[in-house]
Ligand binder design. Sequence first.
Ligand code: IPD
Length: 267
Amino acid sequence: MSLEKELLALAVDVAYEAGQLAHRRRSEGVSIAATKSVLADIVTEADREVELLIRERLAEARPDDGFLGEESGAAPGLTGASGVTWVVDPIDGTVNYAFGIPVYAVSIAAVTGDPDPAHWTGLAGAVFAPALGEMFTAARGEGAHVGNERLQVQEPAGDAGALLATGFGYDPATHAGDIARLSRVMPLARDIRRLGAASLDLSFVAAGRLDGYFERGLNPWDHAAAGLIVQEAGGRFGGPGGQTASPTMTIAAAPGLFARIERALDD
Ligand code: IPD
């Protein structure tokens, strides 16, 4: 079995177990453990518990790999003798999770190279949405799937415009800029969605449920797995002007629509 397929099999097993734990904790009621950068940026007890479980399972299976997780940062001493780093968001869509909206996911990616999106190469990624019962996966060179179904990104058909998704930063100081960018892209859209979980926005682009997605302010763990899923589904994923995805801007769509979103953002 190739390394990519081996890593994917592990990512899927761990994402499934972690997703079941998140789902169970949600049904027991959620408590907010802390706020992070700003008041709206929350972390629940479940985020921490789920990340710990993922970290333990990965360390048991592959002790020489590095780890970069949303809640715990880089693991000291585990910067990856193997050259592989796991990039993990234990619960992407934490605000949905806390409010009982079933649009949240466990996101687990394996990358090689410096664990920075500008330098890494994605090898495998799993995005599991336990409340939706869907597992999105990709391994480099092996395509992208939801369950057993192969995914293929398509350019939007017809003249009605594209179904686009975006997100807004938690920091109120960023809202005016995000809304101004949305107004510039709006002429391309038949409608806009704000699902609240970037890993699922991206997985839905791969699955053709959304035509395109753009967002400022994404962190590496939000897109590490699902960016690969978009690419393996034949979509383009990155930043504007040939840059990699970064907090400045992340775009995903079929190549023609990607270029139109890029131009609209630049106007
Ligand atoms: C957030 C979600 C949200 C996006 C934010 C992310 P989190 O991740 O993906 O949709 O708009 O930029 O930070 O905090 O729920 O893991």
